[in-house]
Design a protein around this ligand. Structure first.
Ligand SMILES: Cc1cc2nc3c(=O)[nH]c(=O)nc-3n(C[C@H](O)[C@H](O)[C@H](O)COP(=O)(O)O)c2cc1C
Ligand code: SF4
Ligand code: FES
Length: 570
């Protein structure tokens, strides 16, 4: 039988559960943790590993295989010396990742290296993003990629350098001031946490904008004694990387937010669910947890563990995340019940995004009225936005909510190479594209929804004049097709059919009737998909059809003949 605990010296042990203070020691390791430990021994899982694990766990072999086959992180064949993963999603696509992939395949031919494609690595500002043996690198320097691929043990020396910045969200001037809210609460101050969050109007920053105070209240009202707090740090949507920066720069605000939440809802256990590509950020959080324990900010009343995700965009969906943490395939659950009623192990569970916890701490320190007055144009609060694509300084920006798209593009140095703006997507891959003449729209939930798109988790993707929008729409759709978990037939089959149809149109030309079919398919997927992925998958492509008639006409011979675009615009 394989040694489930032993780990090769040279390899970094993969630790799905990274507990600083293991109150759970003695409890059997999760199946996903055990699989990861096994994989870390020789880089892949053998059939014997799986059989031994099934025997040890007293579960059928198919149950273990079902988990292994779902997560892209698990390998069942020996890995090459060098695994080169190239992202080909929106930002990287614009930065030439398709060409980079072919170039690397040629340059590394005959070597013990595997050049493969991968979904968004959360490094869209360094597009085209590449990872070698899971270490993120800037793909614009091909020579360096080849050098590292030949000597992968040096990858860490070439990793994208990361500094830390001070942000206006942080209410603490110095380290000694940190954890001020939790100290005040412990000191007996009568701060009504939930009422303050409700008064501030803070909305969840993970995409759905659910009112945070109301969510905390709902979980607090549950009568179960065991409850959980989970910080969702899975961030995997193309164009989205602000959580990575927040974890790096403001881990104390996230941790304090989780501690306050736990106290407010009555939870003793918390988890941070983080994508495995964010190894440096995992370490940063682990260090913060350790230091908060040493200083005594984090006490026996609350235990926090870091759970490293075995990969896949769908795991960011809150119920898929729970399935994963419960050792199953990460397929979303039907709702209701919502996680706040029956979440992890059936217990009430508060799930919030990284930024939501950080903002909650700042609001509780400075007061609800500070947050309300922090926005502009009648909008509330501050917002971290990932800015990527055809822009001079792709990066994360903290803006007053209500800042216009145009102003934000100017903050980011303008459109790349001084070109005119053609289009933008204000909320990452799942948000609809809007044309340049809508760039005066304020970045906030209501204004962008009225304009026909959405803020989502806050990811402005900039497209310069000269780009083919139908091609870009197909790129976004490919991401959703690849990341569909396959549970709902309309999403699994519909995203594949729609993508094939678009690829065919791009390669050989198409007819208007085909694009009209996409609208029907989108309606069906919207009505019948369990989760947001299937519901919005065709939205970006349809927004291209709606707003970028000229690009559609390039590929669809009978497109403009009946003025369909004009009618759609009405
Ligand atoms: C396909 C899909 C992926 C998601 N990915 C994330 C994610 O990476 N991070 C996140 O916080 N929320 C993500 N969400 C939203 C979560 O389900 C959930 O609404 C959120 O974590 C709640 O936190 P909030 O109220 O603070 O926004 C995703 C939703 C869907 C449908
Ligand atoms: S909509 Fe798609 S991603 Fe979501 S549960 Fe259904 S198949 Fe999975
Ligand atoms: S890293 Fe390529 S799109 Fe995000």
């Amino acid at each position: 039988m394989g040694n489930l605990g032993a780990i090769d010296e040279g390899r970094r042990p993969y630790r799905p559960y990274d507990s600083i203070k293991r109150r759970t020691s003695g409890v059997q390791m999760s199946l996903i943790a055990a699989l990861n430990n096994l994989q870390s021994q020789r880089g892949y899982l053998t059939e014997k590993d799986l059989r031994d694990l099934a025997l040890e766990r007293r579960v059928p072999l198919y149950a273990v295989e079902a988990v292994v086959s779902f997560y892209p992180h698990f390998r069942t064949s020996p890995p090459p010396e060098s695994r080169v993963a190239v992202c080909r999603d929106m930002a990287c696509h614009l930065a030439g990742s398709d060409g980079l992939c072919s170039t690397l395949e040629q340059l590394l031919a005959g070597q013990d290296a595997e050049v493969g494609t991968v979904s968004c690595l959360g490094r869209c500002e360094s597009a085209p993003a590449v990872a070698i043996n899971d270490v993120p690198l800037d793909g614009s320097d091909v020579d360096r990629i080849v050098t590292v691929a030949n000597r992968p043990e040096t990858a860490a020396e070439h990793a994208i350098a990361v500094g830390t910045r001070r942000w206006a969200l942080d209410p603490y001037e110095s380290e000694a001031d940190r954890y001020g809210v939790i100290r005040r609460l412990r000191g007996g101050e009568a701060l009504d946490v939930i009422a303050t969050l409700n008064a501030s109007g803070l909305a969840g920053c993970g995409g759905a904008a659910f009112p945070t105070g109301r969510k905390w209240q709902l979980v607090a009202q549950q009568e179960e004694r065991t409850k959980y707090v989970i910080c969702n740090a899975d961030e995997s949507e193309p164009g989205t990387f602000k959580d990575r920066v927040i974890i790096n720069d403001l881990p104390h605000l996230i941790l304090e937010g989780m501690m306050i939440a736990a106290r407010s809802i009555g939870a003793a256990k918390g988890y941070v669910f983080i994508r495995h590509e964010y190894e440096a950020e995992r370490e940063r959080l682990a260090a913060e947890i350790e230091s908060a324990q040493k200083v005594g900010h984090l006490d026996d009343s609350f235990d926090v563990e870091i759970f490293t995700s075995p990969g896949g965009y769908i795991l960011g969906e809150e119920t898929a995340l729970l399935e994963c943490m419960e050792d199953r395939r990460g397929e979303p659950r039907n709702k209701p019940p919502f996680p706040g009623q029956a979440g992890l192990h059936g217990k009430p569970t508060l799930i919030n995004n990284v930024e939501t916890f950080a903002a909650a701490t700042a609001i509780l320190h400075r007061g609800a009225s500070w947050w309300q007055s922090a926005g502009v144009e009648g909008c509330r609060g501050l917002k971290f936005i990932s800015v990527s694509g055809d822009v001079e300084r792709a990066d994360v920006y903290l803006i007053p909510m209500g800042t216009t798209v145009q102003q934000l593009i100017e903050m980011a140095g303008g459109v790349k190479d001084g070109k005119p703006l053609k289009a933008f997507a204000p909320g990452g891959a799942s948000s609809n594209f809007l044309p340049a003449d809508m760039a005066a729209t304020p970045m906030d939930f209501e204004h962008l929804a009225k304009a026909g798109s959405m803020l989502g988790s806050g990811a402005l993707f900039v497209v310069a004049e000269g780009r083919d929008m139908l091609e870009l729409g197909a790129n976004v759709l490919r991401f959703f097709r690849n990341e569909s978990c396959g549970k709902c037939v309309p999403c699994r089959v519909g995203s594949e059919k729609a993508h094939r149809m678009l690829e065919d149109t791009l390669a050989h030309g198409g007819k208007r009737a085909q694009l009209e079919l996409l609208e029907e398919l989108s309606d069906t997927m919207h009505q019948t998909s369990i989760c947001g992925l299937g519901q919005v998958a065709l939205g970006p492509v349809l927004s291209v059809v709606k707003h970028f008639s000229e690009d559609v006409a390039k590929h669809v011979s009978d497109w403009e003949s009946d003025g369909a675009t004009e009618r759609r615009r009405e």
